[in-house]
Structures are given as structure tokens and as C-alpha cells.
Design a protein around this ligand. Structure first.
Ligand SMILES: O=C(O)C(=O)C[C@H](O)[C@@H](O)CO
Length: 265
């Protein structure tokens, strides 16, 4: 069989793509989300209780739907990256990328020799469809999308070099960590943070790469779409459930906790 096409990569054509964070860590919840029309889903291995087997189950669950999966690793560990690629992750997001050197190391972790040092899983892996894809070693990189998350002052200072790194396909701004790290805790809307976000966007676009961001508040998401972000996570499934549950009970109980849709990170 042919190497599976990466639907996320294919969708990055200049139209803003809207995604949702998948934080439940279960295939069942991810599959529900995949039926709701989001262009892409972030299967979060950083902050959700999501080891490799549950990420695998979610990739399998959403494979039949048009929402493209993006997997976020918890760290830069090449051994973990190898496992995530071996289970069939084609779009991989790595948090806390602060320097071009880190970005280059991440690219090498995703490439087979001589371009990198990814180990060969061959017929053991879902990525090769258990050896049904004959030229996987030669072609895997063509359908890979590697996303570097920038979410610190250092990362913003280095964002031109990170974005320009060969093999980095996209840069994703983490507004919660960025705002917290520069002293504007819980306030990504602060003008200093907004200036950093714009700077990251410009550097990414100047490098010819795609830019993404998390923006659960509607006015933020609309502004970032106008600015030119290519992919925006506009919801977090756990927050959506909680908000909907609170709004429902508030219709029946006057003393129910108040839903606050702007408290979203
Ligand atoms: O810094 C950010 O923003 C992110 O990286 C997203 C966070 O991990 C979290 O707020 C998602 O709920």
C-alpha cells in the first residue's frame, strides 16, 4: 500500500483550519470530537493523561473521520518521538522549543539515517502498516509535519531561527505558557504578549512556514485568523464539557456555579 497521506499537511493551503484540544485521553472521547466538524484535533500527550497506548487508540479511533490528528509529545525525548512516529503519528507537535539547536535535534529525531537518527521499527509498526508500505524509510518524512511550540521569551527571541530550521514545518504559539513566563499570568491578551505573538507569526510566515495558536476565546480566535494564523485551536474538549454542564445545571438551580466561557486555559 501507499504511504498514508497526512491530512493535516494537505490541509495547510492558506485557509485557516480550526481545531480542538483533545484532553480526555480516551479513544471514545476523541472519536466523538472527530464527528463534530473540527479540521484537526490535538491529542495532548503533554498535559493530558496520555501515554503511548492511549494515543495509539485515539489515532485509530479518529482515522475514519476527516478531523486530522496532531499529537503533542510531553518532551523532546527522541525515544518517545520514535514511539509516537512508530504508532503512526504523522503530525507531531513538540512543546517548549526555545532554540534552533533544539529544533534541529528534533528534526533529526524524526528522520532516518543519513538525515537523522530515528531507529527502524519496520514491520513492527503501525507507521509502516506492519510493512505494507514498502518504501517507508525513504518516504516517511514527506508526509510528516513537525510543529515547534514557542512559549517562552527565549523562544520568541529565537523564533526566526526556529521557524527557518529545515524540517520544521510549522510553529505553534502557546499563549498560556508564554503569558505566564513573561509575567502576565493568565493574560495572553496583554499588549506585550500580543506583540510577541505577532512577532512569532511574522517570523513564521517570513520563513514560509505555517503558524498555529491556541485561542479558546472567540474574539481571540477571530483576531488571530484575521492576522493570518493558519491553524487555530478554538476549543478544549474538557472545558467545553464543563461549560456545557454548568450552563445546563444553572438553568435549574439558582445557586449553581457560574459558567465563565472566558476562563478557558
Ligand atoms: O501555552 C499554551 O497555551 C499551551 O501550550 C496550551 C496549554 O498546554 C494548555 O493551556 C492547554 O489547555
Amino acid at each position: 500500500m501507499e504511504l498514508p497521506v497526512n491530512p493535516f499537511k494537505a490541509s495547510l493551503n492558506g485557509t485557516t483550519r480550526y481545531g480542538c484540544w483533545a484532553g480526555f485521553g480516551t479513544a471514545y472521547a476523541a472519536e466523538i470530537l472527530a464527528t463534530t466538524g473540527f479540521d484537526w484535533l490535538l491529542i495532548d500527550g503533554e498535559h493530558a493523561p496520555n501515554p503511548v497506548p492511549s494515543i495509539l487508540a485515539q489515532l485509530q479511533a479518529v482515522a475514519a473521520y476527516s478531523s486530522a490528528p496532531v499529537v503533542r509529545a510531553v518532551n523532546h525525548d527522541p525515544a518517545l518521538i520514535k514511539q509516537l512516529l512508530d504508532i503512526g503519528t504523522q503530525t507531531l507537535m513538540i512543546p517548549m522549543v526555545d532554540t534552533a539547536e533544539q529544533a534541529e535535534a528534533l528534526v533529526r529525531a524524526t528522520r532516518f539515517p543519513p538525515h537523522g537518527f530515528r531507529g527502524v521499527g519496520g514491520g513492527l509498526t503501525r507507521a509502516t502498516r506492519w510493512d505494507a508500505v514498502p518504501d517507508y524509510i525513504q518516504t516517511a518524512h514527506q508526509e510528516l509535519t513537525l510543529i515547534a511550540q514557542v512559549e517562552s521569551r527565549q523562544a520568541i527571541d529565537n523564533v526566526e531561527a526556529i521557524a527557518a530550521t529545515d524540517g520544521i514545518d510549522a510553529v505553534f504559539v502557546g499563549p498560556a505558557d508564554l503569558s505566564t513566563g513573561v509575567g502576565h499570568v493568565g493574560n495572553p491578551g496583554h499588549e506585550d504578549v500580543q506583540a510577541m505573538i505577532r512577532h512569532a507569526l511574522k517570523a513564521t510566515k517570513d520563513a514560509g512556514k505555517a503558524a498555529g495558536i491556541l485561542a479558546p476565546a472567540e474574539e481571540d480566535a477571530k483576531r488571530y485568523a484575521e492576522w493570518g494564523f493558519d491553524f487555530i485551536a478554538v476549543g478544549i474538549d474538557i472545558s467545553l464539557l464543563r461549560q456545557a454542564a454548568m450552563q445546563t445545571i444553572a438553568r435549574y438551580k439558582a445557586d449553581a456555579p457560574q459558567a465563565n466561557s472566558s476562563r478557558t486555559y
